[in-house]
Design a protein around this ligand. Structure first.
Ligand code: PEP
Ligand code: MG
Length: 526
């Protein structure tokens, strides 16, 4: 940067001299490479940066540790949505299972937390709150360790650290990068805090807001559970009516932070049982809160369990079978849109339907959402615009993109689920054999980390081409974890995509990588 400012090299040369992946080292604490490394577990480097803290084995312990002001490293077999508050309280997260797009990995990248997943060379004993390393060493709750999410390693003790280096030169370099790049970069952001990070890193909008993450606050979870356990449509409507103002407030906040930049909101996606407690103690508390017999609550929770929940009653399937949930979300989005306009930050929200596999699903959900929009307009005597789009996460949606695009203004490829379904490979269990597969050369890379251009990529190209054949102005994007990856950005750019969307902390790398690609093409052309 100094050379460019002195006029010795051009801005383009300065931009090209910085390796995009090196930027993530500037954003986070790193283990000092000159210090000693006492590694006791290896896994997948799921979210960069490093942190030192005391070991804890439950989310409650992580929260207690944060309340005492003590940094902690949360260790779990794998994380579930109910661990989110524990993850917020931890300095870093280590899981025994999982892959690059499992729950812990996705959430940690969103929070900017160092994370290692799939550390299957350690043995975890959650009951006795200890873990045994492959060399036989035992680590217990309270022991100090360092997690290196950039290298995928857990180290005994407190390692020497290097601080982040986010200075003016960093910001200036990225502003130069923006002058050269020709593909949009948005951020995946679920909360006002994520949105603020997205703004700080100058994302051009939110490409994916996973709304289900808004329901895990304690007070909301209770209402959510009442909604799930409602006996009649009337009871369900009553619970949803209590969730409505909370959702509306979420969106008002997001719109306000994003100040008119586009915000793409994905309607509710996960299976409902993710919101229910998994142990007896939790079920007992729930029965008390709902004032129902434990036996009934247990039976109803059991009835919601599925053999293959990721392929079950989730995404748009919930929207079709229990349409009141999407109705509530649409109403909250539209009322927030009007509120933002009143506050002087008008926005055109983008509403996105997840896990679509058939045109008719889109048609049905679209009809209801249009209906909700009409009601909100009439009631408020005010107008607003919105866009409706589809998340392409199943191979069938990519194959049928031509007819799906009849009802969709944009298609956003969810390459996490699309990779899972194209390979028939669980994103939550891949960690167990992925290292072996890559070592043996069965797969050249972990396809959850590097977009599989041959297979999944072909579906992307097919979906893009068929979608645009129906609707030439169709907006195309990728919002899976691959979105922040320089190689995937290259692929999307060549395929004529409008933008990619990635975790906020990956936005700087994505902006720089996109500039490199445009500049290299320019050099290639001349
Ligand atoms: C995806 O499947 O690529 C996606 C972005 O959605 P999620 O990770 O929430 O399933
Ligand atoms: Mg998905």
């Amino acid at each position: 940067m100094a050379l460019a400012e002195d006029g010795v090299i051009g801005k383009d040369e300065a931009v090209l001299r910085v390796e995009p992946r090196a930027l993530s080292e500037l954003l986070h604490h790193q283990v000092d490479p000159r210090g000693a490394r006492d590694v006791f577990a290896h896994g997948i480097a799921a979210s960069p940066g490093a942190a030192t803290g005391k070991l804890v084995f439950t989310s409650d312990a992580a929260q207690a540790s944060a309340a005492r002001g003590e940094p902690c490293i949360l260790v779990r077999r794998e994380t579930a949505p109910e661990d989110i508050r524990g993850m917020h309280s931890a300095a870093a997260v280590l899981t025994e299972r999982g892959g690059m797009t499992s729950h812990a990995a996705v959430i940690a990248r969103g929070l900017g937390l160092p994370c290692v997943v799939g550390a299957s060379d350690m043995r975890l004993d959650t009951r006795d709150r200890k873990l045994t390393a492959h060399d036989g060493r035992v680590f217990r709750e309270g022991d100090v360790v360092t997690l290196d999410g950039s290298k995928g390693e857990a180290l005994a003790g407190a390692a020497d650290m290097l601080p982040p280096a986010l200075d003016d030169a960093f910001k200036l370099l990225l502003s130069w990068a923006d002058q050269f790049r020709d593909i949009g970069i948005r951020a995946n952001a679920d909360t006002p805090a994520d949105a603020a990070t997205a703004r700080r890193f100058e994302a051009q909008g939110i490409g994916l807001c996973r709304t289900e993450h808004m329901f895990f606050d304690e007070d909301r979870l209770v209402v959510m559970r009442e909604m799930i356990f409602a006996d009649t449509p009337g009871d369900r409507a009553a619970a949803l009516a209590r969730l409505l103002p909370m959702q509306r407030d979420d969106f008002v906040q997001l719109f306000e932070i994003m100040q008119g930049l586009p915000v793409c909101i994905r309607l509710f996606d996960p299976p409902l049982h993710e919101f229910l407690p998994h142990d007896r103690e939790g079920l007992r508390e729930l029965a008390e809160a709902l004032d129902r017999p434990l036996s009934e609550v247990t039976r109803r929770a059991e009835a919601l369990r599925e053999v293959n929940p990721m392929l079950g009653m989730r995404g748009v399937r919930l929207g079709v079978v229990l349409p009141e949930i999407y109705d509530m979300q649409a109403q909250a989005i539209f009322e927030a849109t009007l509120e933002s306009a009143r506050r002087g930050a008008p926005v055109v929200p983008e509403v996105m339907i997840p896990l679509v596999s058939a045109r008719r699903e889109v048609e049905m959900v679209k009809a209801r959402i249009d209906g909700v929009a009409a009601l909100v307009r009439t009631k408020a005597k005010a107008d607003f615009d919105y866009k409706l789009g589809v998340m392409v996460e199943t191979p069938r949606a990519a194959l049928r993109a031509g007819e799906i695009a009849q009802h969709a203004g944009f298609l956003s490829f969810g390459t996490n689920d699309l990779t899972q379904m194209t390979y028939g490979l669980s994103r939550d269990d891949a960690g167990r054999f992925m290292n072996t597969y890559v070592q043996l050369g069965v797969f050249p890379e972990d396809p959850f980390q590097f977009l599989d251009v041959d297979g999944v990529g072909e579906l992307l190209l097919m979906g893009a081409e068929r979608g645009r054949a129906t609707r030439p102005d169709l907006t195309l994007s990728v919002c899976g974890e691959h979105g922040g990856n320089p190689e995937s950005i290259d692929f999307c750019r060549r395929a004529g995509f409008d933008y990619v969307s990635c975790s906020p902390y990956r936005v700087p790398m994505a902006r720089l990588a996109a500039a490199h690609l445009a500049l290299r093409d320019r050099v290639g052309d001349s």
